[in-house]
Design a protein. Structure first.
Length: 278
């Protein structure tokens, strides 16, 4: 089973590294208790690999803190996690933008929100608080919260996780906005393979029917699906695709799904008009 990725994010000075150290120790030691029923763990204790942002930058001699440098750092963190053979991979880095958090593709996100501002003004200006996270910690009691978070992760380690190697249904659209009809389609498609790749066409401003940017669309999808389907879908932003072509014998199937009037009558156009966007 692939490593479960744990992102510990927050402003510089919030206590990410203290928490990461405490969580690493908890997962390594407390997993003894869970091992009897933990077939996914490789030994009597869970193996944990921890990547600290400063250590990784030092290792690659990359101290570029521009937006581009930070994005590169988040991609590097993901690559290191993907190559890890541990049961759990912990990465603690600021991850000030949603794109950077998305790049790491965490199974668990812990937001260390103990300070209003960090020591670097440029980071404070850049930082966008996350809309979606698994845990939000607002006090600096690393060992206490490491036990709380670690226990929850160990107890729920078997929840479904998206696996890029498995057969997957593709679901391509604008989702302007995401609504109940889209969710019904998702739930129908999920029954085919057990996981769905939702592709968002990047078409904001293409015409008046596309008022929402891909980031807002992604957040709306996650808010709707995460309570029941976390780990059973992935979201990918793609160009404004208007035609799909494929050669013969490639092994793909394409099919239109049919629903009753209650679903087919749901209209994104009507919803946008009701929101005063058209």
């Amino acid at each position: 089973m692939a490593a479960q990725r744990i992102l510990i994010m927050g402003l510089p000075g919030a206590g990410k590294t203290f928490f990461a150290a405490a969580l690493t120790q908890y997962l390594e030691t407390a997993s003894d208790f869970y091992h009897a029923q933990a077939e996914s763990l490789t030994g009597s204790r869970a193996t944990v690999e921890w990547f600290n942002a400063d250590d990784v930058r030092r290792r690659f001699d990359d101290w570029d803190f521009t937006a581009e440098g930070r994005i590169r750092q988040s991609q590097r963190m993901r690559e290191l996690a993907d190559r890890s053979g541990a049961d759990f991979v912990i990465a603690d880095f600021v991850a000030p933008l949603a794109e950077m958090r998305d790049n790491f593709h965490a199974d668990w996100t812990v937001w260390i929100d103990t300070i209003d501002a960090g020591r670097y003004e440029d980071t404070n200006r850049m930082f966008v608080p996350p809309d979606l996270y698994d845990f939000r910690i607002t006090e600096q009691r690393a060992e206490h919260w490491a036990e709380f978070v670690g226990e929850h992760i160990l107890e729920n380690r078997a929840r479904p996780r998206f696996d890029g190697k498995r057969e997957t249904v593709q679901m391509l659209g604008r989702w302007q906005p995401w609504h109940a009809g889209h969710r019904a389609l998702f739930e129908r498609l999920l029954q085919r393979t057990g996981q769905v790749c939702i592709m968002i066409r990047d078409c904001e401003g293409w015409n008046q029917s596309n008022p929402f940017g891909w980031s807002a669309v992604k957040d709306a999808i996650r808010r709707d699906l995460d309570p029941l389907y976390q780990g059973q879908y992935d979201i990918v932003v793609v160009p404004n695709i208007t035609h799909i072509g494929y050669g013969r014998g490639v092994g793909y199937t394409m099919a239109e799904e049919h629903f009753d009037e209650a679903i087919t009558s749901i209209s994104g156009t009507k919803i946008r008009k009701a929101m005063g966007l058209e």
